[in-house]
Design a protein around this ligand. Structure first.
Ligand code: ADP
Ligand code: MG
Length: 510
């Protein structure tokens, strides 16, 4: 490879927060025209390093050079001035304004506020969007365009301010597989025109697809910078986690038996009168994992809430183990044999102020062995918690530790332990690995398969397509409140992606 100019060098960067060294003597360099991926688990220090580059944090030690010259990036304005643009995970756009207004006003909020030459601004935005292949309509209002297009507006905002170093923080988290593919095209186009890109991700396949080089961080430390060519998902996972990781759960074919969860023509209407679940029917049998894929907001949450007694069912029915629970309370669902790993573990899964032991006893502290004849037996709660902490490999505390003090992955293990220990017939797992690191994901996946093999019926609802495909025995796609198709786990992400966007109705709803 010919020597390319270094547009950015971060040297010996150290940043301490109380109790943690977020960046510990980290170095990173960026060559002109490359995509450099920053890879690491949650908490590895990726965002901290980028926030330093964007002038949001000041490093305790280290220096930054842009095109060979030392710079002081004391504020985002200074970073923009130095040519650094940042596309945050959460877009900073004003929905009621047009694409052009959002792009231009970010630049000159005061001078352009009143006297914006709209025509001229639109022309410049159009010109930029043509040059870099970022198709968006400059006159469209942001609230009318797709999430993928909003992301392009954020990229255009940075380009409009003449950024030549672009940082994208987990940009594909909000995209469909098709949109992610389009984004990669855009990134390639940008690098061909001399832009240099830092791409943050925890998804190994994406990093391999889009990056020229990869820098791996682990617990604040630089582990390695390596070329993407020659790297594999396995080798990257090992660098990221520090040990061998099973990326694909080993899984034997399912032997589904009797139906344990039966959902018939279910309809749910939300408080604003909108029909969110529009006649959904399916079943989950003993010994199988049924996955529900879909883009966020297509009725998955309302479906789960209705199936677990947290939301009123307009019509249709839900049976658990043959018992009609349609109008039962949440507690009635639990009694009937339903376990629920909720998507919002901090709000619905756990009481953060309670101890691990109390959280484990949450559903059944009124029944034996924890309590008998109105007497509580705290020691039994603690003993039981201790056993489950061991079995579920919960790290970072004992039975009396506050749940809120655990990391996300360990909190999730507590929820899993509680729900599985109740020996449910059906386990509904909603986004069970959201926000978890690779090690914890491996644990949760392995455990779900084991529970399937024990004969439970598992319903997995997830926004992560690769998770749905690798765990499920059958995949249902939800689109606009309906089941848009059923697929075998051998279906491609593209096929599912088409159904997820309503592009084609294929397969037969179960
Ligand atoms: P990543 O982006 O790789 O997930 P972060 O850079 O966000 O990681 O976090 C690295 C570490 O620094 C974590 O332990 C996190 O809790 C800590 N951290 C990040 N920002 C702050 C902050 N503003 N105050 C205290 N601790 C922080
Ligand atoms: Mg981050």
């Amino acid at each position: 490879m010919p020597d390319r100019a270094k547009v950015l060098e971060m040297r010996h960067i150290t940043k301490r927060f109380p109790g943690v060294v977020a960046n510990d003597d980290v170095g990173l360099d960026l060559e002109e025209g490359e995509v450099h991926a920053l890879l690491g688990e949650n908490g590895a220090g990726k965002s901290t390093l980028m926030n330093i580059l964007y002038g949001l944090y000041h490093p305790d030690e280290g220096e930054i050079l842009i095109r060979g010259k030392p710079v002081r990036l004391g504020s985002p304005n200074a970073a923009i001035e130095a040519g650094v643009g940042m596309v945050h995970q959460h877009f900073m756009l004003i929905p009621v304004m047009t694409v052009t207004e959002n792009i231009v006003l970010a630049q000159e909020p005061t001078t352009a506020g009143i006297l914006l030459d709209t025509r001229e601004a639109e022309r410049r935005v159009q010109e930029l969007s043509d040059r870099y292949g970022l198709a968006v309509d400059p006159r469209a209002r942001v609230e009318e365009i797709s999430v993928g297009q909003q992301q392009r507006v954020e990229i255009l905002k940075a380009l409009y301010r003449e950024a030549d170093i672009l940082v994208l923080d987990e940009p594909t988290a909000v995209l469909t597989p098709q949109e992610a593919g389009e984004l990669f095209e855009v990134l390639r186009g940008l690098t061909e025109r001399g832009k240099s890109i830092i791409f943050i991700s925890h998804k190994l396949n994406e990093v391999l697809e889009v990056a020229d080089r990869i820098t791996v961080l682990r617990r604040g430390k630089l582990i390695e910078t390596l070329p993407a060519a020659g790297a594999t998902e396995e080798s990257l996972a090992r660098l990221m986690v520090g040990r061998e990781v099973l990326l694909r759960v080993a899984k034997t074919p399912a032997h589904p038996a009797e139906p344990l969860l039966e959902v018939r023509a279910l309809r749910v209407i939300d408080d604003r009168g909108i029909e969110k679940v529009r006649g959904v029917s399916f079943e989950v049998r003993a010994g199988e994992i049924v996955g529900i894929a879909g883009i966020d907001g297509n009725g998955q949450t309302e479906l789960i809430d209705a199936m677990t007694g947290l939301q009123h069912v307009e019509s249709g029915s839900v049976h658990v183990g043959g018992q009609d629970v349609t109008t039962e309370s949440a507690h009635g669902h639990l009694e009937a044999g339903l376990g629920h790993i909720p998507e919002d573990r901090q709000r619905r899964g756990l009481v953060l102020e309670y101890s691990i032991a109390e959280n484990i006893a949450l559903h059944d502290f009124r029944s034996p062995p924890a309590s008998r004849f109105g007497w509580l037996f705290p020691r039994r709660l603690v003993e039981r918690a201790r056993g489950l902490i061991r079995e579920f490999d919960v790290r970072g505390g004992g039975p009396t530790t506050r749940a809120g003090g655990l990391s996300g992955g360990n909190q999730q293990k507590v929820v899993l332990a509680r729900e599985i220990d109740r020996n449910p017939k059906v386990l509904i797992a909603a986004q069970p690995t959201r926000g978890l690191d690779v090690g914890a994901i491996e644990f949760v996946h392995r455990r779900l398969i084991e529970e399937r093999d024990e004969g439970r019926g598992i319903l997995l609802v997830s926004l992560e397509l690769d998770e749905v495909l690798s765990l499920s025995d059958r995949v249902l796609v939800m689109f606009e409140g309906e089941i848009a198709g059923e697929f075998p786990p051998t279906a491609s992400e593209e096929e599912l992606g088409i159904a997820m966007t309503g592009g084609r109705r294929s397969g037969v709803a179960a």
